[in-house]
Design a protein. Sequence first.
Length: 255
Amino acid sequence: MHFESSATVCQRANAAWEKDAGQNRRVVLLYALPALVLPILVTAINLILEGQLANTGGLSDIGIRSTLQTVQTVLNFTIRVFLPFWRLGLLYNAMQISRGLSAQPKNLLEGFRRWGAALRLMLLRTLRYMAAMFVGVFLGSLIYTATPLSNSFVNTITQITQDPTFANATAEEIMAVLLDRLSFWDIGLFYGLCVLGAAVFTIPVFYRYRMSDYALLDSEKPGAFQALHESTFLMQGNRMSLLKLDLHLWWYYLL
């Protein structure tokens, strides 16, 4: 697999889109309607429910509070489950357009048709992202604590622990004093190294599995492990090219 230049990709995408622009536009609008309206609707309902919860109190309102909180939980869970599968339908239509075919409204349900494999893929991919992020954060914090960069932190914590006035202080109180005495530079340096470490380890993993959704949708017998393996194969030698393409299309991800 080889990624072409961003200009060539945009030209090919425009040509494929224009073959049946009207139908493609209708399908995209059909996708965008629930993708935009449902989160706004759920947010508005949550605000209303929060107002209702604020007006309830005491033992007599326990049942009402429990019902309102359950409704909130169900709404938030539903929207979080619905949107990823709905997005897979858009990706499937995009694959069809790239192959010279027209987008179809029924294809928006493709993610739900493959919900079992898609759910397994999402879970496996997320676990691997989290593992990479954990390793990066750990190494970033290790670099901070094992080098002179942490001298100010060590001196400050030593002063606090040796101060008799903090002999009976709780961990929360010591942490509050520590954060108050540390400079913005010390705190920013620690978090900066952790974020940098997380990015260094997570971004390559992210791009290794970037094509996994497409691999899943393109397979007649979808499987989560197969999709991850196929994505790894497709992305060999192409991660930097795709990163450059993503940077060129930054505006798309803001939509």
